[in-house]
Design a protein around this ligand. Structure first.
Ligand SMILES: NC(=O)c1ccc[n+]([C@@H]2O[C@H](COP(=O)([O-])OP(=O)(O)OC[C@H]3O[C@@H](n4cnc5c(N)ncnc54)[C@H](OP(=O)(O)O)[C@@H]3O)[C@@H](O)[C@H]2O)c1
Length: 243
């Protein structure tokens, strides 16, 4: 039975991904910062069906212990899906040094350190799949969200380089860019219905994307074209648009 390690497993998106993988017959290793919530999510999954679920406490910002965390896993995973992330209020984050650092530490540094450890193991084994949730916010810096967006841009570039490094080593790396998603992170935001994915839609896209070895997945598909247009707007016009 194949095993998937889900990092940031208490997130709404990750819970849908865990259900999808369980339904497809995979065993699960769920890792998250909040052990009590994690334990209740794991027992809920066990009650729903015939699935093996291990849990591990994981802090994305505990960089120095990422190797020890990985080596302590009971099962070496066949696939890893890194879902954890952090988005603060942009008005607050842009003037709060600790919050700027937290945004970059969780969305970029924690991803880069943890996935580097995993990449080394997968490279040695000559197989494995890695997916990480980045964001369309990383496709172009916007005044409304550039701290979070720049951390996600760093993550997108990291994943692109990692994908190229591991391409000839039997290891696949996939970048996932949800547009808007209906989760705890966006619960106070008004999101346009047609451009907003459910966690279940994202879970399906992640599963199918890894099966088909996609490099970059936009969920929903129209975001690829929206961001293509946004990336090509000349800077002198973009400055006036107030996005
Ligand atoms: N929702 C959207 O519209 C949207 C769009 C594009 C991309 N994304 C990305 O999608 C991913 C999942 O987010 P979501 O929408 O499902 O929101 P969410 O439910 O708020 O998930 C974020 C998760 O990251 C965890 N986390 C935060 N700090 C952590 C740390 N130091 N170590 C380990 N885990 C940590 C949180 O745990 P706690 O709650 O216990 O702190 C939470 O489970 C994130 O990477 C997010 O940036 C979301």
């Amino acid at each position: 039975m194949k095993n998937v390690l889900i990092l940031g497993a208490t997130s709404d998106m990750a819970q849908a991904i865990a259900k999808k993988y369980a339904a497809e017959g995979w065993s699960l290793t769920l890792a998250a910062i909040e052990p009590e919530l994690l334990a209740s999510i794991a027992s809920d999954l066990r009650v729903r069906g015939d699935v093996t679920v291990d849990t591990k406490t994981f802090d994305a910002t505990d960089f120095e212990n990422h190797r020890a965390f990985y080596e302590s896993l009971e099962t070496r995973p066949d696939a890893v899906i890194a879902v954890f992330g952090y988005m603060s209020d942009q008005e607050k984050v842009r003037t709060d040094i600790a919050d700027i650092r937290r945004t970059i530490d969780i969305n970029f540094t924690g991803m880069a350190t943890m996935l580097s450890v995993i990449a080394d193991d997968f490279e040695k084994r000559g197989r494995g799949a890695i997916a990480a949730i980045s964001s369309v916010a990383g496709d172009r810096g916007r005044q409304s969200n550039y701290i979070y967006g720049s951390a996600k841009a760093g993550l997108t570039a990291f994943l692109s380089g990692l994908r190229n490094r591991l391409a000839k080593k039997g290891v696949h790396v996939m970048t996932v860019k949800p547009g808007f998603a209906r989760t705890k992170m966006t619960e106070n935001m008004e999101l346009p219905e047609a451009l907003t994915a459910s966690p279940e839609q994202i879970a399906d896209a992640v599963f199918k994307g890894l099966e088909k070895k996609r490099n970059v997945v936009y969920t929903l598909w129209m975001w690829r074209y929206i961001m293509l247009i946004i990336r090509h707007i000349p800077e002198f016009i973009f400055k006036k648009m107030g996005m």
